[in-house]
Design a protein. Structure first.
Length: 499
């Protein structure tokens, strides 16, 4: 398979020169080489049609031949825009929608933004399609808040899109009902919302902070594993719909839920794995760093009538550290960290929460292998790995692995792990107040305040944060740390090698 953009230094499909079967073989081998020693690697799950799987497109505007506005992607390692009419990876509906956006922008005489000179109006266009619903979102990113003739732009865009078949009832799907009779469903593919996003900063980040809905509701809906999700311009959403269903299906199946389990969905994004699992679990708790994603997760639970799921916006390591220190337990933990993988502290807290099963969904087999070395020492055994090809023609590979808790002396594991395997280098400048509090709570059951910690740090001659630099004259109104808490804090400072 080849693509004319490849010769022009596109860089988007580094594996395109390889037969798809060969690509799959190489990816499976890569996973086997990295993690095969921990357990069996099952055959990779590839796509039947490994093209046009991207349900999200970002196109950057530039000036083309004859001063006409054009758009495309940055060529590999450059800031030169390579015009793109169609792309092997992108959803074809979105290619057509992008043609309509360009035609409408040209009709409105919008000038492309020039990042060197800082002139021009339109910077990028972000498109998303709800594959299961057919709804298409257009986000026009502008350098200034005013979009002259915005109404005319929307009108022209909808007309141009309709002319290219991105209108109503155009796709015919063959769906099987529960009775196994096949019937035809006419599925509409329509631009249902147009949003203006304002990004006036000199940055390579695509989206700015301000948004204005020009048409429709400002979000689209999509259905994934039987649940409906609202996707707004900034939401994180998996880009390969078909393979995400395969991936989540494998993850939830591996968890062997019976309806009685307390489930943690760590690094949960907009809550998709946890919400897919919620019907088969007693309680789902999701944790995610990105606040917008957590807002989406809470909304998604509500709109799908899921009452047994809660979501928290927090750093996963910190959150699980506090939960484990407070004696919280989980029956199953799903974890789906970013490419950097997880942290030793997170994994140690996983072991303390003592789940029977851990389902690790990884987008980077290198960091997966690193984290498995730790989880194995903590008493978890990899039952089997399934690689999933979420991104054909690229080097990326996703992997689902089920880990089960073996019969192991948990006290021994804790001591061996904390002394020999815990990377303490992060604590050289001292643990944070939250880490000290978590340690004290776990080891003594005592709750200590930041004020008490600062008092003891000062007694030990340690630097305390400015906020806690109290006056030298001890103020009678300031409570003093009681001796038992002082001893506990000193123990924590010793543990973190601060004294
Ligand atoms: N499980 C989700 C998201 C996976 S992507 C899905 O399948 O869609 C990884 C997620 O980890 C992202 O949403 C990212 O925001 C989040 N993340 C990154 N660092 C984190 C941290 N330190 N604590 C919690 N979440 C984090």
């Amino acid at each position: 398979m080849d693509c004319k953009l490849r010769a022009k230094n596109c860089g988007g499909c580094p594996l395109l020169g390889l037969d798809y079967a060969e690509q799959l073989k190489q990816k499976e081998e890569k996973v086997r080489a990295l993690v095969g020693k921990y357990g069996p690697v099952h055959p990779i799950r590839g796509m039947e049609q490994p093209c046009h799987y991207r349900n999200k497109v970002i196109s950057t505007f530039a000036t083309g031949w004859g001063g006409k506005l054009t758009s495309g992607i940055y060529a590999a390692n450059s800031h030169k825009v390579l015009p793109v009419e169609s792309c092997l990876l992108q959803d074809e509906v979105l290619d057509k929608t992008m043609q309509a956006v360009r035609a409408a922008a040209n009709a409105c005489r919008y000038q492309p933004y020039d990042e060197d000179k800082g002139t021009g109006l339109v910077r990028h266009c972000l498109l998303r399609r709800g594959v299961a619903t057919g709804q298409v979102m257009v986000v026009l990113v502008t350098a200034q808040p005013v979009l002259p003739g915005a109404k005319n732009f929307v009108k022209a865009l909808l007309t141009e899109a309709a002319q290219r078949g991105v209108a109503v009832t155009t796709v015919v799907r063959n769906i099987y009902s529960s009775l196994n009779h096949s019937f035809l469903l006419l599925l509409g593919v329509t631009v249902t919302t147009v949003v203006q996003n304002v990004n006036s900063r000199k940055t390579s980040v695509v989206l700015g902070e301000a948004e204005k809905v020009l048409y429709g509701k400002g979000f689209i809906l999509d259905t994934l594993c039987g649940k409906t999700y609202a996707i707004s311009p900034r939401s994180f959403y998996q880009i390969n719909h078909a393979q995400t269903e395969v991936l989540y299906g494998l993850a939830v199946e591996a968890a062997k839920l019976t309806g009685k389990e307390v489930v943690l969905d760590a690094y949960c994004g907009i809550g998709t794995i946890g919400l897919t699992a919620a019907d088969h679990a007693k309680q789902v708790v999701g944790v995610e760093l990105n606040r917008d994603a957590v807002q989406d997760a809470i909304g998604n639970a509500r709109h799908n009538g899921v009452k047994n799921a809660r979501f928290f916006a927090a750093d996963a390591t910190r959150w699980i550290g506090e939960a484990a220190a407070a004696g919280e337990k989980a029956d199953v933990i799903f974890m789906d960290p970013p490419r950097e993988g997880s942290t030793p502290e997170f994994l140690a807290s996983v072991a303390r929460m003592a789940p029977k099963r851990v389902v690790y969904v990884s987008c980077n087999p290198v960091t997966l292998a690193r984290d498995l070395a730790t989880l194995t020492k903590l008493g978890y055994k990899a039952e089997g790995f399934t690689p999933v090809d979420m991104f054909p023609h690229t080097e990326h590979v996703e992997t689902v692995v089920l880990l089960s808790k073996g019969e192991i002396d948990s006290k021994k594991v804790r001591v061996e792990f904390s002394l020999e395997d815990m990377d303490m280098s992060g604590f050289q400048k001292g643990a944070t107040y939250e880490q000290i509090k978590a340690y004290v709570l776990e080891h003594t059951g005592l709750k200590v305040s930041s004020l008490y910690i600062s008092q003891i740090k000062r007694k030990c001659g340690l630097d305390v944060g400015q906020n806690y630099n109290l006056s030298k004259k001890e103020d009678a109104k300031v409570p003093k740390c009681p001796p038992e808490k002082e001893a506990a804090i000193r123990d924590a400072l010793k543990y973190f090698q601060m004294i």
